[in-house]
Design a protein around this ligand. Structure first.
Ligand code: AMP
Length: 217
């Protein structure tokens, strides 16, 4: 099974993708995570991407599409994948269609997490992750049980994304509306688009997604 989670930054794509990964044995492919790893390693792609990401803009389609194509070739992707943060433009969606057709693969579901834009700034600017295991937390919505200690691995170091600053979030949301939202009618025309209420409780969102994936409803 191969699927796409669509929605603006802060909609919960990453959180939900991780949950579905475990439940359905799929692999999460997050182009944002891949780019952050490139930036950290100081690779050529990372050097090109860093400033663009910090401005809240999108990486050129050709760069990101090549990166995704290489990732989909990895053996673990054969289990089925959840795309989180890709595609983000119509050319990326078209390239993905060609890529999948060339491999004899299909997109089983495209699911939009519908959220209230006005709430995304608070959601995004408060989030942070355990530097050791990547567990996600939030200043308002999800603090560790013991302050400063990760519930999952006991790690005591936490990181915040450079582009989660309130001033960058506006640019990221604008990029979503200008460049990514046109994918909704694109997938609707392919009769693949489903939507869930991304403002519901995290576990309720997971249940809604599971229902779609198990029944196709
Ligand atoms: P994300 O973690 O998905 O919010 O992505 C963080 C940043 O990485 C975005 O704001 C973009 O600068 C870049 N990025 C991630 N995925 C893509 C993509 N599919 N196309 C272009 N830029 C991307």
């Amino acid at each position: 099974m191969n699927l796409i989670l669509l929605g603006p930054p802060g909609a919960g794509k990453g959180t939900q993708a991780k949950r579905l990964e475990e439940r359905f044995g799929l692999v999460q492919i997050s182009t944002g995570d891949m780019l952050r790893a490139e930036v950290k390693s100081g690779s050529a792609i990372g050097l090109e991407a860093k400033a663009i990401m910090e401005r809240g803009e999108l990486i050129p389609d050709s760069v990101i599409t090549a990166m995704l194509a290489a990732r989909v070739e990895q053996p673990d992707a054969a289990r089925g994948f959840i795309l989180d943060g890709f595609p983000r433009t119509t050319p990326q969606a078209e390239a993905l269609d060609v890529m999948l057709a060339g491999k004899g693969l299909v997109l089983d579901h495209v699911i939009e997490l519908q959220v209230d834009d006005a709430k995304m700034v608070e959601r995004i600017s408060g989030r942070y992750t355990c530097a050791k295991c990547g567990e996600g937390y939030h200043d308002t919505f999800k603090q560790p049980k013991t302050a400063g200690v990760c519930d999952v691995c006991g790690g005591t170091e936490f990181t915040r994304r450079a582009d989660d600053k309130a001033e960058t979030v506006g640019a990221r949301l604008a990029a979503y509306h200008r460049q990514t939202a046109p994918l909704l009618p694109y997938y609707e025309a392919q009769n693949k688009l489903r939507s869930v209420d991304g403002m519901a409780e995290m576990s309720a969102v997971t249940s809604d997604l599971e229902r779609i994936l198990t029944s196709g409803a």
